[in-house]
Design a protein around this ligand. Sequence first.
Ligand SMILES: Nc1nc2c(ncn2[C@@H]2O[C@H](COP(=O)(O)OP(=O)(O)OP(=O)(O)O)[C@@H](O)[C@H]2O)c(=O)[nH]1
Ligand SMILES: [Mg+2]
Length: 373
Amino acid sequence: MIIKKFKGPNEKAVLERIRTELGEEAVILHTVFVRPRGLARWFQRPCVEIVAGGGFRIIRDYPHGSMPVSPTTIVRPAPAPAISTDDLKREIAEIKEMIARRTRAAGLPGQTPELREEYAALASASISDSLARTFFERIAEKLPAAAMRDRVAVHEAMRAAIKSAIQCADGIQLEPGRCVRVAFIGPTGVGKTTTIAKLLSIYAYRGRSVAVITTDTYRIAAAEQVRRVAHLAGVPVRVCGTVPELHAALEEFKDRDLVLLDTAGRSQKDGDKIEDLCALLRAVQPDETHLVLSSVTDSGTLVDAVKRFSPCGFTKVVFTKLDEAVKVGIVLDVLSKVDTRLSFITTGQEIPRDIEVADSERLTSLILGEEGV
Ligand SMILES: Nc1nc2c(ncn2[C@@H]2O[C@H](COP(=O)(O)OP(=O)(O)OP(=O)(O)O)[C@@H](O)[C@H]2O)c(=O)[nH]1
Ligand SMILES: [Mg+2]
C-alpha cells in the first residue's frame, strides 16, 4: 500500500502523474486547490494538490455498496496562519531572487515565458542560480519548440532534469557471506550516532547479524545512546579508544553481516582531527564510508565540509534533519558539487522510523515541495 501527495499546475497534469506512478487502480483520497500565501501570491500560480493511494484492495463495506461521501472532496483552503518576521524576511528574499532570475532569464537563449517561469520558481526551492541555469539550458536545448510553450511539458522537463541530477546509492551494499564494514563520519552533531542507531535496528529486525563499534570516547552519552538501542535489538557494541582495541573488535565481529562504525564528530576547521580520522579509517579499512551532513546547514558550510572530509575518502553521503530544513533544494546543490551518491536521508529523531533509503523520485518531490517529509 502506498499513499502519496502529488502537486501540479492543474488537475489533469496531476492525475496523469498519479496514473503513471500508482497505476490505473489509484484511488484519489483528497484534493485541494492551493493558493500561494503572503507575498508569494503575487508571483506564484495556484496549484492543485491531490493525495492518492495505490496498491491496496478496496473493501466496500457500505450498505447497498455506496459510499456516504464522494471520494474526491474539494476543500476550501484554511485561513492563512500568522507569518513570523523570519518567514516574511525569507519570503521577501525569495521573491527578490525570483525577480532577479526573471531578469537574468531574459538574456538566456531559446526561452519561452513558460521556461522562464520554471527557472525563476527554482529560487523558491533553494536551488542555486548556476544549477537552475544548467537545467534551463539543458531543457532549452532538448525540448521541441512546441513543447516549450506547454506549461506542463516544461514543468515535467524541469522535474526530469532535477531528478537526473540526484545520484542515489541503494543504502548500504551488503554482500552475502562477507562482513561489510561501514563507517560514518562528519561534522559534530549532524546525526551520525542517531543514524547508526536507526540502521542497526532496521538491519537487526530484518534478520541480519549486526555489530557496532564506536570510537567516540569523548561523549559517554553517545555510546550509551547506541548501547540502549543496540541492547533492545540484541546487537553487540564495543567502544574502542586505540587501534589495537579496534583490531580486536573487528576480529571479534568478522563473521557478522554488517559492522557499523561510529566516529566522533570532527570540526571541519580542525585539520589535525581530520588527519586522526583518516588514520582511524586506514586502520579499519571500511567497505563504505558515509559522510553525514545536516540539511539545516547553509550551502557554503556544507560544500566546505565536503572539501575538508575529502581526504578521508568517503564513498556515499547521508543527509540528515530534512524535517528541519527550510528548503530541501540544498541537498541537490551539494550533490551537484560532489561526485558522490546519496545513500540515506533522515527525517526526524525517532529511532528507527525516521530514515529512508535515498530515492531520486522522492527527493525531487521534496525539493519541489510536492511532498512533505
Ligand atoms: N530533527 C532531527 N533531529 C535529528 C535527526 N537526526 C539526528 N537528530 C538529532 O540531532 C542531535 C545530534 O545527533 P547525534 O546523533 O548525537 O549527532 P552526532 O553526529 O553523532 O554528534 P557527535 O557525535 O557529537 O558529532 C540529536 O538531538 C538527534 O536526536 C533528524 O533526522 N532530524
Ligand atoms: Mg555521535
